[in-house]
Design a protein around this ligand. Structure first.
Ligand SMILES: [Zn+2]
Ligand SMILES: [Zn+2]
Length: 326
């Protein structure tokens, strides 16, 4: 999955276990990064990264494939700095951008370093080509200001294309964005091949996702399928939001994969999602209270006060009552 949990978290650990003993820690940090670069021996990289993280007592998740590396790790500041320094010593990772974020190693259950067919799972491992400059044939990178310039200049000829899952787009998206019907990133191939978006092939298409990694691949997939003029936003919605907040072309909240589920860039953020019960505007996601259903649905702050409405349908509520799934 391309969805991993710990983003902008601010948990400060008071004590951690290190080399058999407990003691108070200093400042901890999390870093997020990805790098598309050819890797001839992913297993060797995995062993090296695993040993490095263990040496520095980092926890988190790192995926490695023949296309590159995608990771999030946390630990003590000095250890994380050392991790960055040593990771950059591998030629292909030299100019990787590491995004620093609040958080600690204990936000992760453990250290996972794995070799996978893809570092972001679109199901296009064989299609994706990577060289020393990154993904071959991906969309042109735009800085947030360049996104607005493009729209100012070309107006309706610019189309935003959401590179995330439909439930992420339900609470926040660029104005007038096209939102494909996707439950996971694997659904993009089918969506693009369906012909539903062929009318966009001659337009200027700006793909966007949370931090940009998904669009590196999606924009290349689109160009491979005949979309002529494809762009991607440098640093994704996060960077755009840092620059424009709710004063630009973005609308709503940014879905994040942690307990908060939605980030608002300012108190001017609007709710664009709809409560499944009363249709009121909301950005509040809940999992259906029936454990065996657990479906992620939008339930407004008023409805969520009613325990019956924490079930996403009456059927789910009824099966909880009969104890069938209790
Ligand atoms: Zn409601
Ligand atoms: Zn349900």
């Amino acid at each position: 999955m391309d969805n991993y949990k710990p983003f902008w978290v601010s948990v400060q650990a008071w004590g951690v276990k290190k080399q058999g003993g407990w003691y108070n820690t200093g400042v901890q940090k999390i870093i997020l990064y990805y790098k598309f670069t050819p890797i001839t021996d992913p297993e060797a990289i995995r062993l090296w990264q695993r040993t490095l993280c263990e040496k520095l007592h980092l926890k988190g998740r790192i995926l490695i494939s023949v296309h590159g590396i995608n990771g999030t790790v946390g630990g003590e500041l000095d250890d994380v700095k050392q991790y960055v320094k040593e990771t950059k010593q591998f030629g292909g990772f030299k100019d990787t951008t590491f995004k620093w974020s609040e958080g600690s190693r204990d936000h992760f259950p453990k250290l996972q370093v794995r070799v996978r067919p893809e570092i972001v799972s679109f199901g296009v491992a064989d299609e994706l080509k990577v060289d020393a400059t990154g993904v071959v044939g991906s969309g042109k990178h735009l800085k947030p200001t360049e996104v607005n310039e493009l729209v100012n200049r070309y107006g309706d000829d610019v189309v935003f294309f959401d590179g995330r899952n439909a439930y992420e787009a339900a609470v926040g998206r660029f104005k007038n964005a096209v939102v494909p019907n996707t439950r996971t990133s694997y659904d993009f191939v089918t969506e693009l091949d369906s012909g539903s978006y062929d009318n966009l092939k001659s337009k200027k298409v700006v793909t966007y996702c949370t931090g940009g990694v998904r669009c590196e691949i999606l924009s290349a997939m689109m160009k491979n399928r005949g979309f002529e003029d494809v762009y991607q936003i440098d640093g994704g919605i996060v960077k755009y939001g840092e620059q424009y907040g709710d004063e630009g072309l973005w609308e709503g909240s940014l879905y994040v994969f942690d307990d908060r589920m939605g980030l608002k860039f300012s108190d001017k953020a609007v709710d664009i999602g709809e409560c499944i019960h009363c249709k009121a505007k909301t950005s509040n996601y809940e999992n259906c209270a029936l454990a065996t259903c657990n479906k992620l649905v939008l339930i407004c702050e008023t409805c969520r006060q009613d325990t019956a409405k924490l079930f996403h349908t009456e059927v789910c509520q009824a099966s909880a009552k009969t104890g069938a799934n209790a």
